[in-house]
Design a protein around this ligand. Structure first.
Ligand code: MGD
Ligand code: MGD
Ligand code: MO
Length: 830
């Protein structure tokens, strides 16, 4: 999903002598077993191999990790009772303290279960309209695997691989072997294929448009290294960018280096400006200046800034000529040559609510100083979400600092510590999904899933091609939470009633599990052995993930669930390749160790590494600490062209223009979104929604833990309301509030605060869906799942990204009988 493209740097040689010393020191060591105390022996290894770093004092813990950090788990009598962060973590995330609750959560799925009507009527008469409220029937693992494998075999044979949607988007858990989604694909590729997805929910719009503009997805590229930014950036713009929150978690185990980077900027006194309708935690922690625009108007602001640069001749014409194409057309657009609209700062001010003089001054300041524009992703999870990042690149190109130290733009400083310098060592490759059989699989844009389920045969545009939805008869989810991630939940409920069979592997009774036909209990990552890299961009660490506790209840590892299905489907040998868990991990480690060896970094043998309960930290070559994105392109654009058709930055894209889309043209611009404060909906629904990522969760993960007490208000997800908007509706702090529009209604708890712009409300994504009446779309969600309010259309014909970050709505004080929040309850029969 996160297509991480690790840049290769020239290898820095470590001295031959030191290398030999290391190897010799290891060779003379006796075999180790069990947990390794920090003895003289451990010290000796540490000194011999600095990258095999020493553990902190505590010896009781079992080393493992999560999206929120590496930690030692403290286990007593078979129960995880406590955790300690690893010593190396510069910013431990409080979420790790929830690991014991993850394991021992009361709402674990305990055994395999089938929905009663599906069991009685079978796939063809399973009463799918009862999903979400039918009773559950406990069955044996053997029976469960038989039921699921029968459907896979039947559908692949009779309806073709495309009848099984197994895209299974989601953040699962870390670990390169127990990767639920890849394992699902591995099984289905061996048995005949499946329907997959393209893109992701994170950067759906930006990753597609960036490929046309700068020739790569950009959003997952390594960023100009932090030490370089700290030394050289004079002005840092946080554009819809909230790193204090979003850097807490990573796709792999986080290195948490980004937080130190931002702290260093603050310490140095670098000027920071945050452009965000909400005063983010980052804005407060870094003491950044706060510009609060009306939501979804960023494109207009950027255009206004560009106009000031142009009219005041502050743009770098040399840079634009040498490194970009299409600027003249963009200049015409700014001047209104064709449409007669001059898009100056006053024009932008009228749309965005930020004063024209503020915009003019900002443009001048950006031109005067070495400026780094750090763009977050909320601004592209919107209708016409392709435009903001395209315009930010255009603005940065006008400033002419792209490829210079501390200058240009970076679209991943807020994510997984982009800019954390890349280490030199090896990279763990995960288990492979295998090869797709000849006939399939094809894919749909990930966020079109509900549209696809509801409209078989419908054809849509997608990045210059046409996609026709197949007739999906089975959905298989392993490691994702569709009822959290997808927009317009009530529309999803209807679409979700079309497939014959829905299978979900889950540790917990999420809404997605509750809306399935067959639920298979999956282990958490703390119940199995695995390996994972630390630092998505830095590739700085290799962590062992030791099993801490036995599988709980009847839960099985996803690997074993799919092995069980593989056996029933006659492909067990191909699926396992004859390896068990230990063998897989050793093979993966050994491959990584070989790469490290080629990079002249010596590592201990697998058995020693595993027994040591310790982790590896790779060295960082000095030159990687000063690495500047696009420096090579700037130095020689002919030798180092971008991956665009012209090899240059495409302010105008002929490729996109030729697609002839009404909602994404060849030139970036201001395209008003479907819903915003000036659209028709705003008359009925005057408030604009902000659905940012939650500080105390990873999406929906951990909503079922005691950490919830920190953020829940009146036992519901919180809603931030400006005092003015609260007053006119008689709402006070702590009140139960009903938030609603034509698509849905949710119960939330009021936080009245000046931290949101008037007219804006903030509800974080990820509260578990808990409908008052599960089978009637539109009933109130008692826990505050914000996607009941969002709309489900593609960002445009180009990227078809999701629009989860926007909607118009209204709110009122809730005066009805207070319903019990059952989001984290176990359903009847389970
Ligand atoms: N309105 C709105 N909607 C949004 C967003 C937004 O900003 N606004 N953000 C979007 C974004 S960027 C994203 S990435 C998505 C995230 O959407 P998801 O990735 O679906 O969110 P998670 O809550 O991480 O769901 C992961 C699920 O996997 C389960 N799981 C964890 N480990 C395992 C395992 O080992 N095996 C199995 N079988 N299951 C496991 C967890 O219990 C959890 O239910 O949401 C998107 N939705
Ligand atoms: N703690 C935590 N960290 C996470 C995650 C999590 O769930 N929890 N999820 C991870 C994932 S999968 C992803 S994709 C990233 C998400 O990273 P992002 O997509 O960048 O995060 P968001 O919180 O959606 O948005 C960032 C900021 O954009 C602002 N914003 C929203 N709309 C607008 C707008 O119209 N204009 C402007 N100027 N600003 C706007 C929000 O108020 C917010 O402060 O975070 C990752 N990190
Ligand atoms: Mo995401």
């Amino acid at each position: 999903m996160k297509n991480k493209q690790v840049i290769t740097h020239t290898l820095q040689r470590i001295s031959r002598r030191r290398f030999l010393t290391g190897a010799a020191a290891l060779a003379s060591l006796p075999l180790l077993s069990g947990i390794w105390p920090k003895t003289a022996l451990a010290e000796a290894i540490t000194q011999a191999l600095p990258q095999f770093s020493a553990l902190r004092q505590a010896q009781k813990g079992i080393l493992t990790g999560a999206h929120w950090g590496a930690f030692e788990a403290i286990v007593e009598n078979g129960r995880m009772v406590d955790v300690k962060p690893v010593q190396d973590d510069p910013s431990p995330n409080e979420l790790i303290t929830m690991a014991p609750h993850q394991v021992h959560a009361p709402n674990r799925v305990k055994y395999p279960l089938v929905r009663k009507s599906w069991l009685e009527g079978g796939a063809l008469n399973g009463k799918p309209e009862l999903r979400g409220q039918d009773e559950w029937v406990r069955i044996s693992w053997d029976k469960a695997l038989t039921l699921v494998s029968e459907q896979i075999a039947r559908l692949q044979k009779e309806h073709g691989p495309q009848s099984i949607y197994a895209g299974s988007y989601g953040w699962k858990s870390v670990g390169i072997l127990h990767n639920s989604r890849t394992l699902l694909h591995r099984l289905l590729n061996l048995t005949g294929g499946f329907l997959d997805y393209a893109g992701d929910y994170s950067t759906g719009a930006a990753q597609v448009i960036m490929s046309h503009v700068v020739g790569s997805m950009e959003v997952y590229e390594q960023q100009t290294a932090w030490p370089d930014v700290i030394n050289n950036s004079e002005l840092v713009i946080l554009w819809g960018c909230n790193p204090s929150v979003t850097l807490r978690n990573s796709w792999n185990i986080p290195d948490h280096v980004g937080q130190s980077g931002f702290a260093a900027l603050k310490k140095k006194g670098t000027r920071l400006i945050s452009i965000d309708p909400v005063q983010s935690d980052t804005t407060r922690e870094l003491n950044a200046e706060w510009l609060a625009p009306r939501p979804y108007t960023d494109s207009a602001i950027i255009i206004g800034l560009a106009h000031t640069l142009l009219t005041e001749k502050l743009h770098n014409t040399d840079f634009l000529t040498t490194y970009t194409v299409g600027f003249e057309k963009f200049a015409d657009y700014l001047n209104g040559t064709e449409d007669g609209i001059v898009k100056d700062a006053d024009w932008a001010a009228a749309i965005s609510g930020i004063e024209a003089e503020t915009l003019r001054t900002l443009a001048r300041d950006m031109a005067k100083h070495r400026t780094m524009i750090m763009g977050g992703w909320g601004i592209q999870r919107q209708h016409h979400g392709e435009q903001p990042h395209w315009l930010l690149v255009t603005l940065a190109a006008m400033l002419g600092q792209i490829g210079l130290p501390g200058g240009g733009f970076g679209f991943s400083y807020h994510y997984s510590s982009g800019g954390s310098p890349t280490a030199r060592g090896g990279i763990l490759a995960g288990i492979s999904a295998g090869l797709a059989p000849k006939k399939g699989p094809s894919s749909i844009p990930v966020a079109r899933i509900a549209d696809c389920l509801a409209n078989p045969g419908k054809t849509i545009n997608f990045n210059g091609s046409r996609v026709t939805y197949p007739d999906v008869k089975m959905v298989y989810v392993a490691g994702g939470n569709t009822f959290h991630q997808h927009q317009d939940t009530n529309n999803l409920i209807k679409a979700w009633q079309r497939p014959e069979t829905i299978v979900v592997n889950e540790p917990y009774w999420t809404a997605t599990a509750k809306y399935a036909d067959i639920v298979l209990p999956a282990t958490t990552s703390y119940e199995r052995n695995d390996l994972e890299m630390g630092g998505d961009y830095s590739q700085l660490y290799v962590f062992p993930m030791h099993q801490c506790v036995p599988p709980q209840h009847e839960a099985r590892n996803d690997y074993d669930i799919f092995a069980g299905l593989a056996e029933k489907l006659g492909v067990l040998a191909q699926y396992t390749e004859g390896k068990d868990e230990a063998r897989w991990l050793k093979t993966m480690y050994d491959n990584m160790k070989e790469q490290a060896r080629a990079a002249r970094v010596a590592l201990p043998p697998f058995d020693m590494f595993w027994a040591s309960n310790n982790y590896v930290r790779f060295p960082i070559p000095e030159e990687n600490k000063q690495w500047v994105r696009f420096a090579d392109f700037r130095e020689n654009p002919l030798l180092n062209p971008l991956g665009t058709p012209t090899g240059k930055i495409e302010i105008y894209s002929d490729t996109v223009a030729k697609m002839n889309y009404a909602d994404c043209h060849g030139l970036p611009g201001w395209l008003p979104p479907r819903e915003w404060y000036q659209s028709q909906e705003a008359i009925k629904y005057p408030l604009s929604l902000n659905t940012a990522h939650p500080i105390n969760r990873l999406h929906s993960q951990l909503d079922n833990t005691p950490l919830r007490a920190k953020y829940a208000v009146a036992d519901r997800e919180a809603i931030w309301i400006h005092p003015g908007d609260a007053r006119t509706r008689n709402i006070t702090d702590g009140d139960l509030v009903r938030a609603f529009n034509d698509r849905g209604q949710i119960l939330v708890g009021a936080v009245v605060t000046e931290r949101v712009r008037p007219g804006v409300v903030r509800i974080s994504e990820g509260a578990w869906f808990d409908p008052a009446d599960p089978t009637t779309p539109g009933s109130i969600c008692k826990n505050g799942n914000v996607n009941c309010l969002t709309f489900d259309i593609g960002s445009s014909s180009l990227a078809q990204g999701n629009c989860g970050q926007m909607a118009q709505l209204d709110i009122e004080k809730y005066r009805g009988p207070v319903p019990l929040n059952t989001a984290h309850a176990v359903p009847t029969g389970a």
